[in-house]
Every structure is written in structure tokens, then in C-alpha cells.
Design a protein around this ligand. Structure first.
Ligand code: MLT
Length: 243
């Protein structure tokens, strides 16, 4: 298994796609997608464009859909919910088809949507990601952070490091496809017991704290809270992996 870490969708190489892409947006899109599916949502469809989301979701009856929209950490007015995983309780999402658009996470999902396998990873479910990768052993794996508007993010990189640390054997350099892999593992080794503190330091963590979303940060920093693995079943559409 050849593993690469990319900090942002913009930093991935052109015209190349891995066999398996793990998209990571810890704060908060992939945490929210994982939580919603764990709590009984039928599916989650990701859109980078909010108008496309509104147009497609309009084709469903209001009672069977939920629209989640976020820009700059805040809820988009035309949507039912923002991007807080804490809003995706069983009572709210069970049996619903969700449609989501966020500032960075859904763009990262779109970048790799043509890969054979696309999964959504976060701190709350990284153990399920590792289990899947160990079982299916794809030949090429990208751990793709969403970052913030083209820039690096601590929270996505530390999650990539958590996953890579369980897959990479430093005595087998063939596993490691770029320097970012070793760097992400080093970040994880330094912060693995203090992820909430790391998220408080991160620029997007600070943005969310200013919006009074400290509880979101706490929730997103809990390691392996659930074992649900969202997997792409059709372009942009995620369901629970049943394989
Ligand atoms: C994003 O896509 O950048 C995020 O998920 C932002 C957020 O809602 O915290």
C-alpha cells in the first residue's frame, strides 16, 4: 500500500487519482457526515455549489430531505442546518436524505470523486478507516485534508497522521509516497493525547470558538467515538459501508 498525505485538494497532483481516497475535514464536514450516517440518515450527498444543492434537493419532498449548508463556519440561510455534527441527532436525521455543502470539505470530496473508493475520515472514526484499509489493501491511498481555502490545517493533518501511524512501517520506505506522511505522523505523535488543545490552537478552531462552537470542537476531537465508515456509492453520495 503506497500512502500519500495531501494537506489540501489544491496540492494534489494533476491528472492522477489514487485507487482509494480518504477525505478528511475534521472541523467539521467529514465528522458531520459520519455522525449523520451513524444516527440513521439514509445518505449524504456532497455539493461544492450551494445552488446545485438547492436545485437537486428541491426534487424531493420536504419531509424526506435535509439541507446542510456552511460558509465561513456559519449556516447558509437557505438551508435547514449548518455544519454542526451536534445538530445531526437521531431525531433530526433518521430516514432522511441529506444534502451538504461546506467551504472546503465538499470541494475536497469533489476532487477525488472519480477514485475507485472514496471514504470519509475524521478523528471520531479513524479506527474504522484503518480497519478498512488493512482489510482491502488498496495499492495507492491518498489521505486528503480539506484545509482552509487552499491552506494547511492542523486538524486534518493530525487525523491523516493518526491513520498513517497505524499503516506505515518506517522500515519499509515503499509504503511512504511523500514527505507529508512522516510529517503528519510526527504531528499526531506530539498531540495524540491533547487533540482538543490542538484544535483550540488551529486557525479554524479559533474561528469556530469565536462563533461559540466550543462543543463542536470537543465532539470532533474524540478519538474513535464511533465505528461508522461513510463510503461513496455514487459520485458525491455517501452511505454506511456494508462490505
Ligand atoms: C469546511 O468545509 O471548511 C468546514 O467543514 C467548515 C465548518 O463548517 O466548520
Amino acid at each position: 500500500m503506497k500512502i500519500s498525505v495531501y494537506y489540501t485538494p489544491e496540492s494534489t497532483p494533476d491528472h492522477v487519482i489514487p485507487e482509494c481516497a480518504v477525505v478528511i475535514d475534521v472541523l467539521r464536514a467529514t465528522t458531520t457526515i459520519t455522525t449523520a450516517l451513524n444516527n440513521g440518515a439514509k445518505s449524504v450527498k456532497a455539493f461544492s455549489d450551494i445552488d446545485l444543492l438547492l436545485a437537486e434537493s428541491n426534487q424531493l419532498p420536504v419531509e424526506s430531505r435535509l439541507r446542510l449548508g456552511e460558509r465561513g463556519g456559519k449556516k447558509v440561510d437557505s438551508c435547514d442546518l449548518g455544519n454542526s455534527p451536534l445538530d445531526c441527532s437521531r431525531e433530526v436525521v433518521t430516514g432522511k436524505q441529506l444534502f451538504i455543502s461546506t467551504t472546503n470539505g465538499t470541494r475536497a470530496l469533489q476532487r477525488v470523486e472519480s477514485a475507485q473508493t472514496v471514504i470519509a475520515g475524521a478523528i471520531i472514526n479513524y479506527g474504522a478507516v484503518v480497519k478498512y484499509l488493512k482489510e482491502y489493501k488498496p495499492t495507492t491511498v491518498w489521505l486528503l485534508g480539506s484545509g482552509w481555502e487552499g491552506g494547511y490545517s492542523l486538524e486534518d493533518t493530525v487525523c491523516a497522521g493518526a491513520i498513517a501511524s497505524e499503516l506505515v512501517d518506517f522500515s519499509n520506505i515503499n509504503d511512504i509516497s511523500n514527505d507529508e506522511v512522516v510529517s503528519a505522523i510526527a504531528l499526531y505523535c506530539q498531540w495524540e493525547d491533547n487533540l482538543f488543545d490542538l484544535f483550540r490552537l488551529s486557525s479554524h478552531g479559533q474561528r469556530l470558538l469565536k462563533l461559540n462552537l466550543e462543543e463542536d470542537l470537543k465532539y470532533c476531537s474524540q478519538k474513535n467515538l464511533i465505528s461508522t465508515l461513510p463510503i461513496q456509492t455514487d459520485k458525491g453520495i455517501f452511505k454506511i459501508n456494508n462490505k
